[in-house]
Design a protein around this ligand. Structure first.
Ligand SMILES: Cc1ncc(COP(=O)(O)O)c(C=O)c1O
Length: 427
C-alpha cells in the first residue's frame, strides 16, 4: 500500500469514527491493565503494513478509550478537536518543521505570531502584547513563574486555594514558596493577602472546580504596588471573551503581566495548544534567551524559544489557523453561546428540582451541583452514571462536600445530550 492509500484509509477511519462516536460508551469500560495484557510485550522485528495499525486501533485501542470527542463527555473541561484542526495536524506532521529559531522555520514562527495576535484581537486583549504557543497551561504558567522570579529576584508565588494544581506543581519544580489565599463567598481569591515579598500573583479567571473569577483588577493593582508581577490563568474561560457578553470576567486583565488561554480547551483546537501572552516581552527574553553557537544566524530576528522553556517547537499554529479560518469568529461565538445556553438550561433543571442543589452559580459552560443527601450517595451516583457509559462527569469538593460537575465543551453536544445526562442522573 502507498502513503496515499493508507492516508485515504486513515482519513476514512477518522471520518467514520467522528460520525459514529456517540455510539461508544463515553467512559472506557475496561479494567486497569486490560489493554496492556493484549499488547505484545516486545517490539516487532519485521515491518507490518499500516492497515494492521488501523485494524488494532479498532480492536485494541477503541475499547480502552475514554471518548473525549463524545457529545456526552461532560467531565473535567470538555473539549473538541474540530475537523479542520485534525487535518491541519496531519499537514503539520507532514511538514514537521522544528522551529529552533526563525531560520529553521520562518513560516511557523511568523504564522504563530500572527494567529496568536488574531486571537488577542478576538478576545479584546491589549495591543502590543507578545503572544506565542506553549504545549500546555502548566508550561505557560511555569514560564510566567520563571520570568517573574528572574525579574523580581523574589521567590514567592501567591494564588487562590482554588487555583489549578499546576501553579503548585510549577512552584514546587522551581523550589519557589507557594502561598494560597482564601476565597470569599463567591469563591474569588481574597485580595487582602500580604504581597510584599511576592514575585508573582496568579489570578484565575474560570477556576477548574467552579469557574469562579478572581478579582483581577484589585490583585493586579496590589501586586504592582508591591513590586510583583501578575499572571492570569484563564486556561478554560479566557476563550469565552470572544463573546463580548462574557467580558465581565475580563475586568483588570489588561493590567496583567502575562496571561494563558488554552486554545485546546474551548477553541476547537486538538491537544495541545496553550496561548501565552506577555505585556513584558523583554523580561521573558531576559529569562529565557540563550543562543548557543550552532543556533547563531545572520538574521537579526528572535526565536520564539526566547519566550519559554522549550527549544524545538512544533507547528501548532497551523491547526489554530485552520480553526480561525474555517469557523470564523462568528462560528466560534455561536458554538460557545450554545454551550453556555445548555449549561444555563441544566442549571435551571437543578435549581428547580427539590432533590438537587447548585453548589455554585453556573458560570460559562460549567455547572457544579449535588444531590441533596450524603457525600457517599453522590459519589455512588456519579460512579453508577459514569459506569453506564451514557455520560461521563467528574467531581470536585467544596468545603469537604462532594460536588458533581457538568462541563459542556464539545461542539457535537446538543440539548438532547444534556437532557439525557439529566435523565441518567435522575434514574
Ligand atoms: C484553570 C486551569 N489552569 C490550568 C490547567 C492545566 O492545563 P494543562 O493541562 O494545559 O496544563 C487547567 C486544566 O484543566 C485548568 O483548568
Amino acid at each position: 500500500m502507498s502513503f496515499r492509500d493508507d492516508g485515504r484509509a486513515a482519513v476514512d477511519w477518522a471520518a467514520r469514527y467522528l460520525e459514529g462516536v456517540s455510539a461508544f460508551p463515553v467512559l472506557a469500560q475496561v479494567e486497569p491493565g486490560e489493554l496492556s495484557s493484549k499488547l505484545p510485550p516486545s517490539p516487532p522485528e519485521e515491518a507490518e503494513p499500516f492497515t494492521n495499525v488501523l485494524r488494532d486501533l479498532d480492536e485494541l485501542i477503541l475499547p480502552a478509550l475514554t471518548h473525549w470527542q463524545h457529545p456526552r463527555f461532560f467531565a473535567y473541561f470538555a473539549v473538541t478537536a474540530s475537523e479542520p484542526a485534525i487535518l491541519a495536524e496531519l499537514l503539520a506532521a507532514t511538514l514537521n518543521p522544528v522551529a529552533l529559531n526563525w531560520r529553521a522555520s520562518p513560516a511557523s514562527t511568523e504564522l504563530e505570531l500572527r494567529v496568536v495576535d488574531w486571537v488577542r484581537q478576538l478576545l479584546g486583549l491589549p495591543e502590543g502584547w507578545h503572544g506565542h504557543i506553549e504545549d500546555a497551561a502548566s508550561t505557560s504558567t511555569l514560564a510566567a513563574l520563571i520570568a517573574a522570579r528572574h525579574a523580581t529576584g523574589r521567590n514567592v508565588v501567591i494564588c487562590s486555594e482554588h487555583a489549578h494544581s499546576s501553579v503548585e506543581k510549577d512552584a514546587r519544580m522551581l523550589g519557589m514558596e507557594l502561598r494560597k489565599a482564601p476565597v470569599d463567598q463567591e469563591l474569588r481569591m481574597r485580595s487582602e493577602i500580604p504581597l510584599d515579598d511576592a514575585a508573582l500573583v496568579v489570578a484565575t479567571v474560570g477556576t477548574t472546580s467552579f469557574a469562579s473569577v478572581d478579582p483581577v483588577r484589585a490583585l493586579a493593582e496590589r501586586a504592582h504596588a508591591a513590586g510583583a508581577r501578575l499572571h492570569v490563568d484563564a486556561a478554560y474561560a479566557g476563550s469565552a471573551w470572544i463573546c463580548t457578553e462574557e467580558r465581565w470576567s475580563q475586568d483588570g486583565v489588561e493590567l496583567a503581566d502575562s496571561l494563558v488561554v488554552n486554545a485546546s480547551k474551548w477553541l476547537l483546537v486538538p491537544m495541545d495548544c496553550s496561548l501565552l501572552w506577555t505585556a513584558r516581552p523583554n523580561e521573558f527574553r531576559q529569562a529565557f534567551s540563550l543562543v548557543p553557537e550552532y543556533l547563531r544566524t545572520p538574521e537579526d530576528v528572535y526565536a520564539l524559544s526566547d519566550y519559554g522553556p522549550v527549544l524545538g517547537r512544533r507547528f501548532r499554529s497551523l491547526k489554530l489557523w485552520a480553526v480561525l479560518r474555517c469557523f470564523g469568529a462568528e462560528g466560534l461565538r455561536a458554538i460557545q453561546r450554545r454551550h453556555i445556553e445548555l449549561a444555563r438550561l441544566f442549571a435551571g433543571w437543578v435549581a428547580a428540582d427539590p432533590h438537587w442543589e447548585l453548589a455554585a452559580p453556573q458560570r460559562f459552560s460549567l455547572v457544579a451541583f449535588r444531590r441533596k443527601g450524603s457525600d457517599e450517595e453522590n459519589e455512588a451516583l456519579l460512579e453508577r452514571a459514569n459506569r453506564s457509559g451514557e455520560i461521563f462527569l467528574s467531581h470536585t469538593k467544596l468545603d469537604g462536600r462532594y460536588v458533581l460537575r457538568v462541563a459542556i465543551g464539545n461542539a457535537r453536544t446538543t440539548e438532547e445530550d444534556v437532557r439525557r445526562a439529566w435523565e441518567v442522573l435522575n434514574a
